[in-house]
Design a protein around this ligand. Structure first.
Ligand code: C2E
Ligand code: MG
Ligand code: MG
Ligand code: MG
Length: 269
């Protein structure tokens, strides 16, 4: 009897797994079509100066306006995009659309685009960036590429070369989700990094969790010491904002200043 119960259990797992695999494949097909059919859209979230709260730039964040499921956040489809290789096509669309939005705005702030490792390590990425900038007329100084620490630490020579070439174009490179992935810091010395974005997992505990306070203080010290910009993500309260300003943080992003919005120039609340 125990044996048959065991088998039932495995049959159930199998059918769950089959269902999940089918759904994933379905999502992949739908996403492929969505990219060409114009179902993706970008929302823009302001990045502000803490002193005066002027908008210094905007981060482009992709969403999928799914015909049945509504507006889908990146967490629901980026993993599928990464695993299927669709991230290359998706990323190219994001880059083009973000640059176009910035170019057609009179605002002098920059637009920050998230670039996935799989998109980045393909030779020719920086050539594509150069082409997109030239076509749109956006100065390279108004484009920021957000990379994760895993790319910065990649031993692939192609990755390093693409980063150097972006820098030579005048595009700034910022390390996203700083402090969450790896503790190696050597790349800050070797690569042309212009800033770090302190992950919002550190921000949520500010003023309540001594460890968070000390870590953020240390990251500001690191940034100041190296002469690179420090942007703190996920600022939601006036208390956090005041605390950050107090320790010398100059740039921040978060719901307190403005949520991601489909309108490029929506000013922070
Ligand atoms: P990220 O690059 O770290 O982007 C910041 C995320 O934090 C965004 O989530 C944003 O909406 C959210 N956020 C901003 N301020 C606050 C706040 O005050 N509180 C809270 N709780 N959240 C805040 P979103 O838009 O869901 O994006 C999630 C992640 O998906 C991004 O994290 C990025 O890694 C990835 N992503 C988004 N768009 C793209 C894209 O076009 N290409 C690639 N490769 N990745 C993207
Ligand atoms: Mg980002
Ligand atoms: Mg981030
Ligand atoms: Mg983050």
């Amino acid at each position: 009897q125990a044996k048959s119960r065991g088998r039932d259990r495995w049959d159930t797992v199998d059918s769950f797994q089959r269902k999940a695999a089918t759904e994933r494949l379905d999502l992949e097909h739908q996403l492929r079509a969505a990219i060409t059919d114009g179902e993706l859209e970008l929302h823009f979230q302001p990045i502000v100066g803490l002193d005066g709260r002027d908008v210094i730039g905007r981060e482009a964040l992709v969403r999928w306006r799914h015909p049945d499921r509504g507006l889908m956040p990146p967490i629901t489809f980026l993993p599928v995009a990464e695993e299927s290789g669709l991230i290359v096509e998706l990323g190219a669309w994001v880059l083009r659309d973000a640059v176009r939005a910035a170019a057609s705005s009179a605002d002098p702030g920059y637009v920050a685009v998230n670039v996935s490792p799989n998109q980045m390590i393909r030779p020719g990425f920086s050539d594509e960036v150069e082409k997109v900038l030239a076509e749109s007329g956006l100065p390279a100084s108004q484009l920021v590429v957000e990379l994760t620490e895993s790319v910065m630490l990649s031993s692939a020579p192609a990755a390093r070369q693409e980063i150097e070439q972006l820098h030579n174009l005048g595009v700034r490179i910022v390390v996203d989700d700083f402090g969450t992935g790896f503790s190696a810091l050597s790349y800050l010395r070797d690569l042309p990094v212009s800033g770090i974005k302190v992950d919002r997992s550190f921000t949520s505990g500010l003023g309540e969790d001594q460890q968070c306070d000390r870590i953020v203080e240390a990251l500001i010290g690191l940034g100041n010491g190296l002469g690179i910009d420090v942007i703190v993500e996920g600022v939601e309260t006036e208390q956090q904002s005041a605390w950050l300003a107090g320790i010398g943080v100059r740039h921040a992003q978060g719901y307190l200043f403005g949520k991601p919005s489909p309108r490029y120039e929506l000013q922070p609340v």
